[in-house]
Design a protein around this ligand. Sequence first.
Ligand SMILES: *Cc1c(COP(=O)(O)O)cnc(C)c1O
Length: 385
Amino acid sequence: MRSPDEELADLEARHLRRVLRRIDSPQQPTVCMAGREYLNFSSNDYLGLANDERLKSAMVEGVERFGVGSGASRLVCGTQGPHSELESALAAFKHAEAALTFSSGYATAVGALSALMGKGDVIILDKLCHASLIDGSRLSGATLRVYPHNDLDKLASHLEWAKKQTESTSARVLVVTESVFSMDGDRAALAEIVALKERHGAWLMLDEAHAFGVIGPSGRGLGAELGIEDGRIDLQMGTLSKAAGLSGGYLCASRSLIDLLINRARSFIYSTAPAPSLAFAARASIDLIAGDAGDDLRRRLWARVNQFAEGLGVSAESAIVPVILGSNEAALNAAEALKESGFLIPAIRYPTVPRGQARLRVTLSAAHSAEQVNALLAAWGSSKS
Ligand SMILES: *Cc1c(COP(=O)(O)O)cnc(C)c1O
């Protein structure tokens, strides 16, 4: 039997061993680690809400009014007022019939995919889909087909194949993609994907984890930006853990699909409901994101994104700007050099990204100042010369 230490040594030798970094301050542009301050350009707190005073007050009010624990799973007696109100607010915000929340985006993907899809069904995924979408698809037992990133011809031929496989059966065919890809920051060819899935009578699950709060009118996501969210995207998934500043996952869909998930999604059924204070604060976060304050934060975020992308001479389609370095060692060295200069941008390696595409994944936030982005650009320039 191979020992855990042998396995760790093997990871170490391949520059793939990961370790936890302890941060001793709230999530914000300046964080404290081991007694030193760093400028953080690696969090998904795109709107700077993780330490927002308004949401902190909402969380405290939620604790005062509803306590700290939810007591049980949602189906037993864990559904409290804040959970229901959060789901109504999410459905209204996303112009959907209904919404369901989960304890995380990961639990949402795994629960929904394994509940709705099964043996004999077909799931067609973009190659760069997030681990949660892959894990849920595998768990479902459905037949999986993967298309190269945004390759519409290959998607069309998979859909053609799936249609033949499932014709004259009640089997389901589901296309799964992210709207903004988590490690590349680029966008799905969503309008074309929607047209293709409609032509072939398939469903679409769209993961808006990195678009929610950031892209589209009121931050409603890429579907809304393209004017195709209403009724044309069967399953709109997202997370409250990124721009919303908290944690938790959601799915918006038809009332029947949501009712089916309440009955079948095991990560929803067999897990204690999130704390009511969290749901209460998440509701406040949705209100903030949807309102003028949200528009203001998005303006600031996009100003920083454009400033950084222009400084680097690249184009950016989201708050994520990757700099691909290739080898694990190169990425680790670059991250270490930036850390020496006071910047926190950990290396992202396989299996989070494909082999040979290790990178620094820079993320911008509305909370960053123009000076902080300039400081990063300067450090970046001098690290190359
Ligand atoms: C982060 C992420 C998730 C998981 O969401 P959590 O709330 O962090 O569990 C799902 N999908 C994508 C694309 C993500 O980036």
